[in-house]
Design a protein around this ligand. Structure first.
Ligand SMILES: CCOC(=O)c1ccc(NC(=O)c2c3c(nn2-c2ccccc2)CCN(S(=O)(=O)c2cccs2)C3)cc1
Length: 233
């Protein structure tokens, strides 16, 4: 039986990542607005645009706190942010969606999102993903590390120095692996299940790109930041 122990250095790394992750939550007023009274599809869409935009700002701040990220080649930093923005948002959305909300709020939130003009064929994979993340009951350390691991994916388009990204991602994967063994001793496959979610997350990229195209048909407007990070308009 492997004696798993998280070293002092690994604990320090985890603390940096979790602190950065916790420093940004959905602004309460925005989340509350999502749960408030009846909205039209247009207003729901506008609200999601506003939330997604604030999530990108949060993503950039979080990423800057990942040890070693700012020492990467600058073009690679941009390539990693653009390559992971949609996945990071849906990972964070899933965590928001499955967090302890006052009962009934999750259904209302689901209702608002469903009534925001997003095409039906995207809803199903998105909510399936939210539920599959919810079933994992991740602790915040696992959520924060999984987000950092997603951002530090070496094989994103246009990344030049993939080895440099691997050198940052590997220590995160090792800490997460140990954490999973310690947190879920009765479930040796838990770490593999977490990484399996990242594969499911990649499929949402594809759906999201389709969605953007359909939105642009019905001339839905996005903020400059979303256009920049999603390469639209
Ligand atoms: C300040 C920190 O901010 C956060 O932590 C944060 C977390 C999650 C989100 N999530 C969302 O904005 C969001 C979106 C969707 N759902 N959803 C969601 C929100 C709450 C719970 C669960 C899911 C579907 C469509 N997209 S979209 O980007 O394709 C889009 C469609 C139309 C215009 S923008 C956005 C935002 C901020």
């Amino acid at each position: 039986k492997e004696k798993v122990e998280i070293t002092k250095a690994q604990r320090a790394l985890m603390k940096v990542i979790v602190d950065a992750y916790n420093r940004h939550k959905i602004p309460q007023d925005v989340a509350k607005k999502l749960l408030q009274d009846q909205y039209s599809a247009e207003e729901n869409f506008l609200l999601l645009t506003e939330m997604a935009t604030s999530q990108v700002q949060v993503l950039v701040e979080f990423t800057k706190n990942i040890p070693g990220f700012l020492s990467l080649n600058h073009e690679d930093q941009i390539a990693l942010l653009k390559g992971s923005a949609v996945e990071a948002m849906f990972l964070r959305s899933a965590q928001v969606f499955s967090q302890k909300m006052p009962n009934g709020h999750t259904e209302v939130l689901e209702e608002r999102i469903r009534k925001s003009g997003i095409s039906e064929e995207f809803m199903t994979p998105m909510f399936n993903f939210y539920k599959s993340i919810g079933e994992l009951h991740m602790i915040e350390e696992e959520q924060a590390l999984l987000t950092a691991i997603t951002i530090l994916t070496p094989d994103r388009p246009f990344v030049k120095d993939q080895q440099a990204v691997e050198r940052l991602q590997e220590p995160m994967l090792e800490v997460l692996r140990k954490l999973c063994v310690l947190q879920h001793p009765q479930e040796p496959q838990y770490f593999a299940r977490l990484l399996g979610r990242l594969t499911e997350l990649r499929t949402l990229n594809h759906y999201h790109a389709e969605m953007l195209t359909s939105w642009r048909m019905n001339d839905h407007k996005f903020t400059p930041l979303l256009c920049e990070i999603w390469d639209v308009q």
